[in-house]
Design a binder for this molecule. Structure first.
Ligand code: NDP
Length: 445
């Protein structure tokens, strides 16, 4: 069981000071001092661990960590740790999650952890004979692959099936199609790259022996299209009313944004970038291989031969309906999960979900982020809200001391010019005592 955060304990969280936020989070989520220190960055990776993780290590690189709030997925409430340098993403996710939460929350599902391992075979002679030889040895090859990961098999995972693909890959006079063997491997709670790569390298010599061909590449595919996660939300249009506009107008703007993304890869790329703003941020906080997630998401978006949106929005019976589907190769074991104290603390905040539950949450975070973006884009535009949040980092860049950041940021927004030069001027005025304090407008997160 996870942490019950169904009460609105995080209402007004963004208005608290840093110290108050830390105290609230620790008390409400039952975090120890060490876990809180891991989230605030006071206690990060020790030098020894960091130096064993990458080559030529010099030190550490920090990014802000915030909490995505109000997320409700399959009836369960979550606080989502998110690591990102871009202002507005965490506010957007929290805002949209609250909106969807008021309509019952996200309904999500995630497929089992089936990943693809690939073996590339060349110089095998007749394509159909080579294919037949491999398929005839199906059981033997699966057993061989599984013998390389006995623990995984004991957990119910392992290589479950294989297929042979002949791909048109012209290469001059030989004209040989490329033969690729796909192993479908259930990696259980692991992302699975290392597990699969070990299997593929282990079975490759037997495939060469069976066919007389030569194997080159032996590695997993990041197009994890057998490991899809889906999330859906249904929002009564009346709940969308905002900016002085009726809900139906906002819903129409969102549906038009969706239509644009479906028709145009230029728009779809930006639509999906917004989705990945949310997913990458929670991926970083939970120690996932976000490059693998990104590669899978964009390859999946182009699966029909034309790049398209990962989510769609429609209007049905007075409701706005949002749906997202994408591959999510996540892990709750392995990789940096074992070593990074911040990742361990993030899993505690999330209530230690299993890998499929985690994928449901990731998909819902992506859909929430997308909703916030298209809601603003299809109505008043994103710059007003975005620049209000961006103004704080501009104020910091201008050398504003922490106690004046909110005032300088508010002034920049008021003046409609969120630039470092302007921030320096505002700072000068503030120091000269001519600027009154102005509270910044911010969407309730
Ligand atoms: P690991 O190599 O850490 O393997 C996970 C390990 O966790 C398994 O070997 C398994 O060991 C153990 N384990 C414990 N409990 C479970 C469980 N319930 N289910 C599954 N495994 C369990 O990680 P992955 O194989 O997941 O590989 C991910 C890493 O590979 C990431 O760091 C990624 O960056 C990297 N990578 C990515 C590539 C790509 O995406 N193209 C390429 C190469 C590497 P045991 O069975 O022995 O107990």
């Amino acid at each position: 069981m996870g942490i019950d955060i169904s009460r609105s304990i995080f209402s007004g969280f963004h208005r608290l000071s840093l110290e108050e936020r830390c105290a609230r989070v620790a008390a409400e989520l039952g975090l120890s001092d060490a876990e809180l220190a891991a989230l605030t960055g006071e206690e990060g990776l020790g030098a020894e661990k960091a130096y064993s993780m990458v080559e030529n290590a010099l030190g550490f690189f920090s990014l802000p960590l915030g909490l995505g709030l109000h997320l409700r997925v399959n009836g369960r409430a979550y606080v989502a740790p998110m690591v990102i340098e871009e202002a507005s993403v965490i506010a957007a996710v929290s805002f949209a999650a609250k909106l969807v939460g008021s309509a019952g929350g996200f309904i999500a599902e995630a497929e089992p952890s089936l990943m693809v391992g690939q073996i590339q075979l060349t110089r095998y002679g007749d394509p159909e004979s080579a294919r037949a030889s491999i398929l005839a040895a199906r059981s033997e090859l699966l057993d061989l692959a599984n013998a390389l990961q006995p623990q995984l098999v004991r957990r119910g995972g392992g290589a479950k099936d294989l297929e042979v693909r002949l791909l048109d890959a012209p290469e001059g006079p030989l004209g040989e199609p490329l033969l690729v063997v796909h192993f479908h491997v259930d990696t259980q709670e692991a992302m699975g790259a290392n597990l699969i790569n070990t299997m593929m390298e282990g079975v490759a010599p037997r495939i060469e022996a069976l066919t007389g061909g030569r194997v080159f590449l032996r590695i997993l595919s990041n197009l994890a299209d057998r490991r899809l996660a889906r999330s859906r939300c249904v929002i009564p249009e009346a709940l969308l009313a905002d900016y002085g506009l009726p809900g139906a107008d906002i819903a129409e703007g969102i549906v038009q944004a969706s239509r644009f993304a479906q028709a145009d890869p230029y728009r779809a790329a930006t639509h999906n970038k917004g989705i990945m703003n949310g997913i990458d941020a929670i991926a970083l906080a939970t120690g996932q291989d976000w490059r693998a997630i990104e590669a899978g998401a964009h390859a999946y978006a182009a699966r029909t031969g034309r790049y398209g949106p990962l989510s769609t929005w429609t209007r049905e019976d007075g409701n706005l309906v949002g749906e997202i589907e994408l591959p999510l190769a996540l892990g709750t074991v392995g990789g940096p999960l074992l070593v990074h104290p911040g990742v361990k603390a993030a899993f505690k905040v999330l209530g230690h979900p299993g890998v499929r539950e985690l994928a449901c949450l990731f998909a819902s975070v992506g859909l929430a982020q997308n909703l916030a973006a298209v809601r603003a884009l299809g109505s008043v535009g994103i710059q007003k809200g975005h620049m209000a949040l961006h103004a704080r980092s501009v104020a910091v860049s201008a050398g504003t001391p922490p106690e004046w950041v909110e005032t300088v940021a508010a002034r920049l927004v008021q003046q409609g010019e969120v630039k470092v030069d302007r921030a320096r001027r505002v700072l000068g005025e503030l120091k000269g005592g001519v600027l009154p304090f102005v509270s910044p407008h911010n969407e309730d997160t």
